[in-house]
Design a binder for this molecule. Structure first.
Ligand code: FAD
Ligand code: NAG
Ligand code: NAG
Ligand code: NAG
Ligand code: NAG
Ligand code: NAG
Ligand code: NAG
Ligand code: NAG
Ligand code: NAG
Length: 634
């Protein structure tokens, strides 16, 4: 069957090979009659898959449909705006605002998501760490309860080769390494993919204060944190070119670097994938892909002969599925959408990293220069801009945001950790966990079963002295935040029924599981202790926020609710890789349960968040997915 399809495809490609291919497509009239593979979303994972498929199968055609443009508009993390320029609108991202959050004083989460060729990798903070091996082993165990030994394993051993393959790491020049004390281990990298990972030739002059304060608190300094073990103090590479310090992203590494020689790889921009269509039923795939031109609203159907891959990111992948009739039947019927597959996990199980922070002031400041405050000096900024334009680049813009962090297990932060873990196990055991799920799916037995599995697994992770519960990044010295790495609360991404093609309605769910507040509190108390380390005392550090008059747990919880950062921009898990009876949307092969010829490949497929930022994960998941698809079609 597969072989026959292949033969037919080869013939058809031959028939249309006169069409010029390397250039970006802006109109459907510039496309082929049909494609073997259609990828919905030209972001971090999607372009990784498209690059690998078009490389592996010169005789098969690949189309990527991207909502945004190839023309890149700088975002908040790009010079000269960078972190100092504030948050403005940019053509390169969607701005997503959540519903008010009743558990955190009705605050709304403010989140960005890439809307450009390269997706979120083209606008992100460029912090390029990897998860802990234990996170991935935990995914494998919930995604594949029978722990099959097939190629589909998503544990550390199944994914690590793809983390390695997905990037090219370049060690810093010896002088830079010596100046800052950088350490690394090249054996955790082996790729030659043009997605770059490197250390910056610049740090703020007080960088060592926070680093030494953590060392005072006995956080062990690790030589390398990308090899699976990251409980400690880490140097983190940045996703940028080692010489020019320019952002490295999927649009460059997985499209622009290969399009000239890849005549079977087409990319159309400024088109929205509205839905997939199964005219002959969901068992008869692949589906057709319906596109909407953003220029004139016209709709088109594209035929895929091999597979359709949805890679629109954790906010938009569930909108495509829901518009296609793949989602919770009860919700879709209300919207008048006919049901293709009843899958309550679509747009459910939403998660993001969040966390509170502290700040302090120095009463006996050191004479450090430069500091971020130097960016208010026009002469300093002019030199920073000039330095960023030199080859090799130098100066503050080469640092992105940060290249350092600690990752600390719960047991290291709180004498209370066993109580917290027991509470998590308790709500699983007594059946009350479901009551904390979003109202529109807490009555679904499969979703509840999956949530209980996740909570049991997270309790296990939090009990493990090798698994981080909190991350705190730093680049300079007067504030730190505690990122809660394994949140228990869950939210939703649902269609806006007034206009299903516009932005979805996002319920962040932050704090809806009250045990998350116990964890925020444990993390916050740990952060506060670092203000009183030998290193910071030397400079007369005094806590400014929450301030030393805030001492009771009740007062600290109020503080947390007041100033919690609701999103570190890691939305995920809205089409989770879990068995269908546990509320899953895709299997370990990333195929959508019950829908033929359709996979999801992006951060929607994570069952729960790992101990890391997500861009490295998006690349590795893309690489692993491509490997699975290539094996199926070889
Ligand atoms: C502001 C910000 C800062 C971040 N900072 C970091 C960081 O420092 N380090 C880190 O590792 N991670 C960071 N992340 C997270 C990381 O970049 C993302 O998790 C990851 O890139 C997501 O990859 P993805 O493939 O799931 O989706 P994306 O890369 O977002 O790709 C989705 C693509 O689909 C397109 N699309 C959406 N809907 C449609 C549709 N209907 N039709 C066609 N196309 C569509 C979008 O335009 C986009 O290009 C950050 C994210 C953001 C937004
Ligand atoms: C490949 O894509 C890049 C980036 O958009 C573009 O500048 C270039 O012209 C394309 N190559 C060809 C041969 O069209
Ligand atoms: C949050 O909003 C709801 C609904 O509008 C309201 O009932 C509630 O009092 C608000 N809570 C706070 C803390 O403002
Ligand atoms: C956690 O505590 C253990 C035991 O004291 C110690 O060996 C380890 O280095 C600590 N880890 C971190 C990240 O603080
Ligand atoms: C549906 O079936 C018809 C008739 O057999 C066929 O021509 C068509 O290609 C099928 N479409 C899809 C998307 O499977
Ligand atoms: C796409 O296909 C569907 C199902 O066959 C059909 O109803 C719809 O009219 C088609 N759309 C276009 C623009 O041709
Ligand atoms: C839904 O869409 C309508 C129309 O665009 C808009 O007015 C409304 O605010 C949206 N609802 C939400 C909750 O975002
Ligand atoms: C700070 O640490 C010192 C020395 O360990 C200790 O004596 C003091 O009580 C601490 N102060 C605060 C406010 O915790
Ligand atoms: C508490 O804060 C005040 C003002 O910031 C400071 O003067 C005082 O020394 C602090 N006390 C302790 C015990 O740190």
């Amino acid at each position: 069957m597969m072989l026959m399809t292949g033969a037919v495809i080869t013939f058809l490609v031959g028939a249309v090979s006169a069409v010029p291919h390397a250039a970006i497509k802006r109109q459907v009239s510039q496309l082929r009659d049909h494609y073997d593979f259609v990828v919905a979303g030209g972001g971090t994972s999607g372009l990784t898959v498209a690059d690998r498929l078009s490389e592996a199968f010169p005789d098969k055609t690949v189309l990527v449909v991207e909502y945004g443009d190839i023309e890149y508009a700088p975002g908040i993390f790009d010079p000269p705006l960078a972190v100092w320029g504030g948050v403005g609108a940019s053509a390169s991202y969607f701005i997503v605002q959540s519903l008010p959050l009743p558990d955190v004083k009705n605050k709304t989460a403010f989140v960005l998501a890439g809307k450009v060729v390269g997706g979120s990798s083209a606008i992100n903070g460029m912090f390029f760490d990897r998860p802990s091996r234990h996170d991935l082993d935990a995914w494998a165990s919930v995604a594949s309860p029978q722990l099959d030994s097939s190629q589909n394993r998503w544990g550390w051993s199944g994914l690590y080769p793809f983390f390695k393959k997905s990037v090219t790491f370049t060690a810093p020049p010896a002088a830079v390494a010596q100046t800052y004390g950088y350490t690394w281990d090249t054996s955790v990298y082996s790729g030659s993919t043009p997605i770059y990972s490197s250390f910056p030739p610049f740090l703020w002059a007080d960088h060592h204060l926070v680093r030494n304060a953590w060392a005072d608190m006995d956080v062990p300094k690790l030589q390398e944190c990308a090899g699976g073990n990251k409980a400690g103090l880490c140097w983190i590479p940045i996703s940028q070119h080692p010489v020019t310090a320019r952002r490295s992203h999927a649009g460059l590494g997985h499209y622009a670097a290969v399009n000239a020689t890849r005549s079977n790889y087409d990319l159309i921009v400024k088109h929205q994938v509205t839905r997939v269509i199964y005219p002959n039923g969901s068992q008869s795939g692949p589906p057709m892909v319906e596109l909407r031109s953003l220029a004139n609203n016209q709709l088109f159907n594209i035929t895929a002969s091999a597979e359709v891959i949805i890679s629109a990111g954790a906010f938009h992948t569930p909108t495509i599925l829901q518009r296609s009739g793949i989602g919770r039947a009860a919700l879709l019927s209300t919207a008048g959408i006919s049901i293709t597959v009843d899958l309550p996990g679509v747009g459910s199980n939403f998660q993001d990293h969040s966390g509170p922070g502290i700040s302090w002031a120095y009463t006996k400041p050191g004479n450090f220069s430069p500091l971020p405050s130097s960016m208010s000096d026009p002469a300093f900024v002019a030199d920073a801009v000039a330095g960023f334009g030199e080859t090799p680049a130098r100066g503050p813009y080469t640092l992105a945001n940060s290249n350092s962090a600690i990752f600390v297990p719960l047991g290291n932060m709180s004498a209370n950790s066993q109580t917290i873990i027991s509470r998590i196990k308790g709500i699983v055991a007594d059946g009350s966990a479901a009551s904390y799920l979003p109202a529109d799916y807490r009555d679904d037995a499969t979703m509840v079963a999956g949530y209980n599995k996740q909570l049991a697994m997270i309790a296990k992770l939090l009990s493990d002295p090798r698994v981080p519960s909190m991350e705190s990044t730093f680049a300079t010295g007067t504030s730190v935040r505690a990122v809660h790495l394994h949140p228990l609360s869950r939210g939703t991404v649902r269609l806006n029924l007034t206009d299903t093609l516009q932005q979805p309605i996002v319920n962040y769910g932050t704090g809806s599981n009250p045990i998350d507040f116990d964890i925020y509190l444990a993390h916050l108390k740990y952060l506060r202790a670092m203000v009183n380390t030998t290193t910071l005392r030397k400079y007369g550090a005094v806590e400014v926020s929450p301030g030393n008059s805030t001492q009771t747990d009740a007062a600290l919880l109020e503080y947390i609710k007041d100033q919690l950062v609701l999103s570190f921009m890691h939305p995920c898990c809205t089409a989770a890789m879990l068995p269908r009876q546990h509320g899953g949307v895709v299997g370990t092969d990333l195929k959508v349960h019950g829908a033929a010829g359709l996979r999801v490949v992006d951060m929607s497929v994570l069952p729960f968040l790992p101990s890391s930022h997500l861009s490295s994960v998006a690349y590795a998941v893309g690489e692993k997915a491509a490997d699975l698809i290539i094996q199926d079609w070889s």
